[in-house]
Design a protein around this ligand. Structure first.
Ligand SMILES: Cc1cc2nc3c(=O)[nH]c(=O)nc-3n(C[C@H](O)[C@H](O)[C@H](O)COP(=O)(O)O)c2cc1C
Length: 606
């Protein structure tokens, strides 16, 4: 490698080039590699942590880069598999750089091992409302408890996964980052909070983290090729960044006339995509904004849409950017914060200083409400800068590829509501309901979910609780069982509002029962009687039998609404275990936790 030639292309004068090339020519490739990491660390700290750092502060960060290339421990806490995949990718990259790696999910990790850890990478998502995923619960609790150890021998960094539409964005990552520092550990690289579009940020964090650890004798050329060797998180051709344009083959509203709901069954053509999926996986779908809402935003900001704006996808006309590249609904906390900061708005800043009022403010509002209630003269680029990038919505797949081959089926509940004087709709569900028809194309990609899968062994009983669109993956399960001609005891709990209008895929379930593919079905239609009845009521009525199924090794699946249903189902399960097993609440919780940790209680909730 000709160093001098390389330096001549850089921003140096002749004298500097000469001096640098003399100094660097004495170094071996390992030393050059070390230096490259050193400068990248300095550059990172200076540009992203605190742009105002003075030289002295930058020098003080050199301790960060002086860590020896010792073994790293990677701990991940994942629910749907994203953090797990990223942790595994980090492990692969570290190994490729010659670093010894120990990787473990947080639930299997023995806390007594903490004393042997030198370098620690934490990759963890957030679930519930700002809570750790089940896998991370115990470690999270232990580190926050009285028995937490001193960790001054540990260097660490945290990669948090989350979704910025939640108020407690990446809360668990933040918790680990704070508590590790409090326990004396030294932060090697700043925490990275990742949104649903996490690949780029995760990759950047991974590089910074590994650079801060790895000082081995790898060739400098390896570093130059770093981007080439980073493996994709999963090996599929089409992904979130490069979605496949699938043709809509079929679109049917499954709710009968007179229903208060609108649930669309969609069949998409995957031919030529190379996408292969399994029951339990999800499909990411990109929506667009309604032309009416885009027009109203343009009017509220006094633009005509022909203005040029710089977007993350290059220069575009404002109209196009607002329609396809950003989200106008719902209003996110990040957008609210950016707008409050940009406009120096006292009222909004006050709302933002506490989480309860923020939640209250965000509820039912979109960007148009904000622009109208808190008007401020913005430039087109300023408007773009506060908006959230168009983010795909995930839908549980409602088909088995073994049965439908080149197709993928989805079940989409259309979101419509009235708030702050206007009729509003969900960004993606209204795209599918109102703006796309059969033969149109929709941008999609596969989102694997290794944590929602049929049992590996064929004869294990399955209990499926899936009210509303939660029924989708269970249709996929049934199709799979039907095609593979496997028969195992299977029990469905389904619920919706009214029997006559809302029994999704009713004839298919009846057929599965008739053929013996489905052993048992219990349904609850909440509005068919005066007292509301839900799936959890059916579970409780069948408590004894349900408990017997669990005792005989059944897997328990729940899919659908996270806010109420999944909690109620969990509560009912706890009650059943307490009553039928004759145990305390504590023991019932332990029973459930063991089911979760052994993958016998799988949840796909949203
Ligand atoms: C039911 C549910 C609740 C969630 N709650 C939060 C939350 O409170 N804060 C957040 O930042 N992300 C939240 N998320 C988003 C997840 O953290 C995000 O999807 C992440 O990529 C999942 O990573 P994992 O597959 O490793 O669990 C939630 C996701 C689901 C499905």
């Amino acid at each position: 490698m000709d160093l001098k030639k390389g330096l001549e292309r850089g921003p140096f004068n002749d004298r500097q080039t000469e001096k640098l090339s003399n100094a660097l020519s004495e170094l071996d490739s390992g030393q050059l590699y070390w230096l490259s990491g050193y400068f990248s660390g300095l550059n990172y700290v200076a540009s992203t942590v605190s742009p105002e750092l003075d030289n002295q502060t930058i020098v003080s960060t050199t301790t960060v880069t002086e860590v020896k290339p010792e073994k790293i421990n990677i701990l991940f806490g994942s629910h749907t598999g994203n953090s797990e995949a990223l942790a595994k990718n980090l492990a692969a990259q570290a190994k490729e750089r010659g670093v010894e790696v120990d990787i473990s999910d947080m639930a299997s990790f023995k806390t007594r091992e903490l004393k042997n850890i030198k370098n620690l990478a934490v990759v963890v998502s957030t679930h519930g409302l700002g809570e750790p995923p089940v896998q991370a619960e115990d470690l999270h609790k232990y580190l926050h408890g009285k028995k937490a150890p001193n960790l001054s021998h540990v260097n660490f960094s945290v990669l948090g996964l989350g979704d910025s539409s939640y108020v407690d964005f990446c809360q668990t990552g933040k918790d680990f980052d704070t508590i590790l520092e409090k326990l004396g550990a030294k932060r090697l690289a700043p925490r990275q909070d990742c949104d649903v579009d996490y690949e780029e940020e995760a990759e950047a964090w991974q590089k910074i983290f590994l650079d801060s650890i790895v000082r081995t004798s790898e060739e400098v050329s390896n570093l130059e090729n770093l981007n080439d060797v980073i493996a994709p998180v999963n090996g599929i051709k089409y992904d979130k960044k490069k979605p496949f344009e699938a043709t809509i083959l079929e679109k049917i509203n499954l709710n009968a006339t007179g229903s208060s709901k609108e649930t669309i069954h969609l069949e998409l053509d995957l031919a030529g995509s190379g996408i292969t999926y399994e029951p339990g996986d999800a499909l990411g779908v990109y929506g667009s904004n309604s032309p009416k809402l885009v027009q109203a935003v343009l009017e509220a900001t006094n633009f005509d849409g022909k203005e040029n704006v710089i977007t993350h996808k290059g220069e575009k006309k404002l109209l196009e950017a607002l329609t396809y590249d950003y989200e106008l609904t719902p209003l996110s906390k990040t957008t609210l914060s950016k707008y409050a900061e940009l406009t120096d708005n006292l009222r909004l800043n006050k709302i933002l200083s506490n989480s309860a009022p923020v939640l209250e403010y965000l509820k039912g509002r979109d960007i148009l409400d904000l622009l109208k209630e808190e008007p401020h003269k913005l430039s087109p680029n300023e408007l773009i800068s506060v908006l959230r990038k168009n983010t795909p919505r995930m839908y549980s797949i409602a088909s088995s590829q073994k049965a439908v081959e080149d197709e993928v089926h989805l079940l989409v509940s259309v979101v419509r509501y009235n708030a702050f004087g206007r009729n509003k709709e969900g960004h993606c569900s209204s795209t599918l309901a109102d703006r796309l028809e059969v033969d149109d194309k929709v941008k999609i990609f596969l989102d694997k979910n290794s944590r929602f899968k049929l049992p590996k062994k064929p004869d294990i009983p399955i209990i499926m609780v899936g009210p509303g669109t939660g029924i989708a993956p269970f249709r996929a399960f049934m199709q799979q069982l039907e095609v593979s001609e496997k028969r195992t005891p299977s029990w469905l709990f389904f619920g919706d509002r009214n029997f006559t209008t809302d029994f999704l895929y009713q004839t298919e379930w009846q057929q599965y029962l008739k053929e013996g593919i489905l052993t048992k079905a219990d349904v609850a239609f909440s509005r068919d009687q005066t007292h509301k009845q839900y799936v959890q009521h059916r579970m409780l009525e069948n408590g004894k039998e349900l408990y017997n199924w669990l005792e005989s090794g059944a897997h328990f699946y729940v899919c659908g609404d996270a806010k109420n249903m999944a909690k109620d189902v969990d509560l009912a399960l706890k009650q059943i275990i307490q009553q039928q097993g004759g145990v305390t609440l504590e023991k019932a919780e332990e029973y459930i936790k063991n089911l979760q940790l052994s993958n016998r209680y799988q949840a796909d909730i949203y």
